[in-house]
Design a protein around this ligand. Structure first.
Ligand code: ADP
Ligand code: ZN
Length: 579
């Protein structure tokens, strides 16, 4: 659109240049012409040398001699001149001086200049309008009625988390009568393509309220203040509807943590962020407007965004596990002419696929089937589609590496879980998974510690054993030389507990009941000795964990196999397998 305007502005510029050149050429040409005095001209007439006289109203008139040469002379502006000339047998041409060739270029030049001015003014006006006017931003509620939770397969936990928001949007008065405050802002975080946008649309659809979507990058503009005004107009539009879901994708574009060493930061981004926060505190808790933002990285966000009353509900949207992948595949295969497709098997083969990738797998298969004029979409189409989808992102041999990673992750996580079951039976292991999440790079084991005001030494030691168990399992299965960096976080936490035990909680031998912190204020303790003690303690606990897991190696093996197959084990399944 803007490009078009730029093209149009070229036209008057070009004509202006051409006409300017012609005008100058003509005037140079004119000036180079000879001039003679009026008396010389009279003599020429007398000697019958003159062929034509061009009469005009200007100061000079042009004379053409019979020998073909031309000159100019003063215009006597006498009415009798013409008669004199005609009597002398000289041809007279009237008003020839203002020939079209001479008048046209300056006129075109003038018109072109006007054209340039008008177009410039219009373009600027349009640009100004585009960035500042309320109606200019392209946000309109979309047909949300089409979307519901049925369109979101898997993601059960996230769906459950947003379900009460749907309920709130349906009857805000009910919540108001209980004095309940609903979250104004929800952040959905997780890998790209896991269905965050879909979930936000579904919330709007389920509650049958308008859905307004924009991306954080739409707000970040070259012109300062534009982002802020876009935020205001977005909220204005939504508020005019009463209830609404406002969705801001890529919230990190405006809400990224401020750069510590870049004081001041970007003015534009700060203004935009402030406008967003102001708008969010501007509507009442029970107005029926919910802002849902999405990001790939929660830890990248400015803490100002995450404070209570702002985006205070954070919901993780994870990559789907086998069961969820099967549901997503089925959902996207729905309504398509499917032949012999083993959906269960495809769910198994597509570990680490996001919902978006699964959708594109099905779509590629449909395209291939269509190209072949095949009656149905078959496994063979899925096979080819799989290569297409996978090759786009990673090579086939990456798939093999992934399989190995999966095995390592599975043993590691089952190690944690088993030792937790044996050593900390009071802590409930609620979930073991090999699907990566922001909680753990490979997979994670989620346990809910029993509530205790104090932890005794025995408990802390057992916690350390659980932390070390992942690495222990790796060593038992793959050998000492093949342990991975996956235990990075576990080791960090274990070290933290051990040092606290020895230097702060009075549970060690070297310092006894002395606190290292306090000692260091007066004189320095021997760090080597403390280090030695911590190391010995951890080494012993590692060995103890190893003995435990070796004794339980059958369970380690069987549970790992089930985990590899299901990718996620909830507590009931895990406890059933472990007993
Ligand atoms: P995100 O916002 O997390 O990047 P989207 O919501 O834009 O992901 O998902 C892109 C597409 O992938 C969706 O339009 C849908 O076709 C498919 N998809 C992703 N997750 C799911 C899911 N859980 N169920 C069904 N389809 C999904
Ligand atoms: Zn671990």
């Amino acid at each position: 659109m803007n490009k078009h305007k730029k093209k149009y502005i070229l036209i008057p510029i070009i004509t202006a240049i051409i006409s300017l050149v012609i005008t100058i050429a003509i005037s140079i040409n004119k000036d180079s012409k000879l001039e003679k005095t009026y008396s010389d001209f009279s003599k020429d007439i007398a000697s019958d040398k003159v062929d034509t006289v061009y009469l005009t109203n200007s100061a000079k008139i042009k004379i053409l001699l019979k020998d073909g040469s031309e000159y100019k002379t003063d215009n006597p502006r006498s009415s009798s001149l013409k008669e004199t000339l005609l009597i002398s047998g000289v041809k007279v041409v009237e008003n020839a001086g203002n020939s079209a060739m001479e008048i046209l270029p300056p006129v075109v030049l003038g018109l072109s200049m006007v054209g340039i001015l008008v177009l410039f003014a219009r373009a600027n006006g349009a640009a100004y309008k585009k960035y500042s006017s309320v109606d200019a931003i392209d946000v309109n509620s979309t047909e949300n009625a089409k979307y519901s939770f049925k369109n979101v397969a898997g993601n059960e936990e996230a769906k459950e988390s947003v379900n009460d928001v749907v309920d709130f949007l349906k009857n805000p008065q009910k919540y108001a009568s209980y004095g309940a405050r609903m979250p104004k802002g929800i952040i959905l975080y997780g890998e790209p393509g896991t269905g965050k946008t879909l979930l936000a649309k579904a919330v709007a659809g389920e509650a049958s309220v308008p859905f307004y979507a924009m991306s954080g990058s739409d707000f970040v503009q070259v012109y300062v203040g534009v982002g802020a005004s876009r935020i205001r107009s977005l909220f204005k539009k939504a508020k005019a509807q009463g209830k609404a879901v406002i969705f801001i994708d890529e919230i990190d574009a405006i809400g990224k943590k401020r750069d510590a060493n870049k004081a001041g930061g970007s003015d534009e981004r700060d203004q935009t962020l402030n406008a967003l926060l102001t708008e969010m505190s501007g509507f009442n808790d029970n107005d029926g407007i919910v802002v849902i933002a999405a990001t790939n990285r929660l830890d990248m966000l400015d803490s100002a965004l995450l404070r209570p009353g702002r985006f205070d509900r954070h919901i993780e949207v994870t990559l789907p596990d086998v069961a969820a992948r099967e549901k997503i595949l089925n959902l996207h295969l729905q309504g398509k002419p499917i032949g012999d497709i083993n959906v269960k098997e495809w769910a198994q083969k597509t570990s680490y696929f996001s919902g978006a990738k699964l959708e594109s797998l099905v779509n590629e298969a449909a395209i291939l089937a269509c190209k072949e004029d095949s009656k149905y979409i078959n496994d063979s189409h899925m096979d080819k589609a799989f290569s297409i989808v996978v090759a786009g992102h990673e090579k086939m041999d990456r798939q093999a590496i992934k399989e190995k990673d999966r095995r390592i992750t599975a043993y590691h996580e089952v190690g944690h879980a088993l030792v937790s079951l044996c050593m900390l039976p009071e802590d409930k292991v609620s979930k073991v998974t090999i699907i990566p999440s922001t909680k753990g790079a490979g997979g994670y084991t989620l346990s809910i510690p029993a509530d205790h005001m104090f932890h005794n030494m025995e408990y802390l030691k057992r916690r350390i054993m659980v932390l070390l168990a992942g690495r222990v399992a790796e060593e038992i299965i793959f050998g000492k030389d093949y342990v991975t960096t996956g235990a990075y976080n576990d080791i960090k936490q274990a070290t933290n507990i051990v040092t606290k035990m020895v230097t702060e909680y009075g549970m060690g031998r070297t310092l006894g009941l002395l606190s290292l912190d306090e000692i260091n204020n007066s004189f320095s303790a021997n760090p080597n000795q403390i280090l030695d003690e911590c190391k010995t303690l951890v080494d012993n606990l590692y060995e103890e964990t190893k003995q435990l897991l070796l004794k339980e190696s059958d369970k380690l093996e069987t549970i790992t196999q089930v985990l590899l197959e299901k990718e996620t084990l909830l507590s009931e399944e895990l406890y059933a397998l472990a007993n």
